[in-house]
Design a binder for this molecule. Structure first.
Ligand code: SF4
Length: 326
């Protein structure tokens, strides 16, 4: 009974307050599948406000799954440029090809088949099942996780383990409007139960919220330790052009254009020039200017003045900008 009331309160709030997002447009079921697939891939690791213009441009250029399946890789990466985590774009295309070949052009409507597709894990599969197929799944994204932790005041290490959170989310109950409900919970976290400046006075579930009662809103997070790694980055410069290569060596920025680099293990007296945080890595980079570029087969020479004309990851662009200044 309590859960049903909670569900109702959240849905009522959502109906009045939901944002109008391009992937929430009223479209055919076929388009809903496609829009949800694209937006959920883009939203992995990226905020809604950042995704909106990318989503609009993507849909304009690639309006259907069929077109995506045949879309040239280079152009696809160009459309993704700036969103980062480029493996998502490659997986998206592979997924489109498999859906057309093995699933008759329709997204599968069960967890196992969805999870067999490249780039789709537990979270994305749950989101698709809820949003597209109106199945009673609650995808535990960062927003829902925050609402859950605050609502139940989950602070202990064992309480904030993923398995436990996945069990505890049953507190939210289920609704016959599963599609709206999953989005309503995400929206509540995004607009009301925000990491900071949370708006408890506008929150539809404040009455039974434990954090609100205790006036303690701090979120306990599992500490993900970033691993320190060290790289020697080689700069070959000719006129105003830099030598770049296709990265087939490292798992990060795979197949993208980067400066030649080598990883150093436990280097002594390492004076870094640059630092990047990429996925779980704290990347320390030392720059070394070099002369002999003959060891590289089919390098790319990139003009520092025409940086925007190239299809480069922001990692590489930032390094070029650093080199120009220093
Ligand atoms: S009352 Fe405040 S802390 Fe509790 S769920 Fe609502 S916004 Fe979050």
């Amino acid at each position: 009974m309590k859960e049903q009331l909670l569900t109702k309160k959240i849905l009522n709030w959502y109906d009045l307050n939901k944002r109008s997002l391009p992937w929430r447009k009223n479209v055919s079921h076929q388009k809903r599948q496609y829009y949800t697939l694209i937006s959920e891939f883009m939203l992995q690791q990226t905020q809604v406000v950042t995704v909106i213009p990318y989503f609009n441009r993507f849909i304009k250029n690639i309006p259907s799954l069929e077109i995506l399946a045949k879309f040239p890789n280079k152009k696809l990466i160009k459309l993704w440029e700036g969103l980062g985590y480029y493996s998502r774009a490659r997986n998206l295309k592979k997924t489109a090809q498999i859906i057309i070949k093995d699933f008759n052009g329709n997204l599968p409507d069960n967890f196992e088949d969805l999870k067999s597709l490249p780039g789709i894990g537990n979270y994305t599969a749950s989101a698709i099942l809820a949003i597209v197929f109106n199945k009673p799944y609650i995808p535990l994204d960062g927003n829902i996780e925050r609402v859950l932790k605050r609502y139940l005041y989950l602070k202990k290490d064992r309480d904030i383990q993923k398995d436990n959170l996945n069990q505890k989310k049953s507190i939210f109950g289920i609704s016959s409007r599963s599609s709206d409900y999953a989005q309503a919970l995400m929206e509540l976290g995004a607009l009301i139960c925000k990491p900071t400046n949370f708006l408890c006075n506008q929150c539809p579930i404040s009455k039974n919220c434990q954090s609100f009662k205790k006036n303690d809103f701090e979120i306990k997070k599992k500490v993900k330790k970033k691993v320190d790694k060290y790289f020697l980055l080689k700069v070959y410069k000719r006129d105003q052009r830099y030598l770049l290569i296709k990265n087939t060596k490292f798992n990060f920025l795979k197949n993208l254009t980067i400066f030649p680099m080598e990883e150093l293990f436990k280097p002594k007296n390492f004076n870094k020039n640059l630092n990047f945080k990429i996925s779980n890595m704290n990347m320390n980079i030392k720059i070394q200017y070099s002369r002999n570029s003959r060891e590289f087969q089919s390098p790319y020479w990139v003009d520092e003045k025409k940086l925007d004309n190239y299809m480069l990851p922001s990692f590489t662009k930032k390094i070029v900008k650093y080199l120009k200044k220093n």
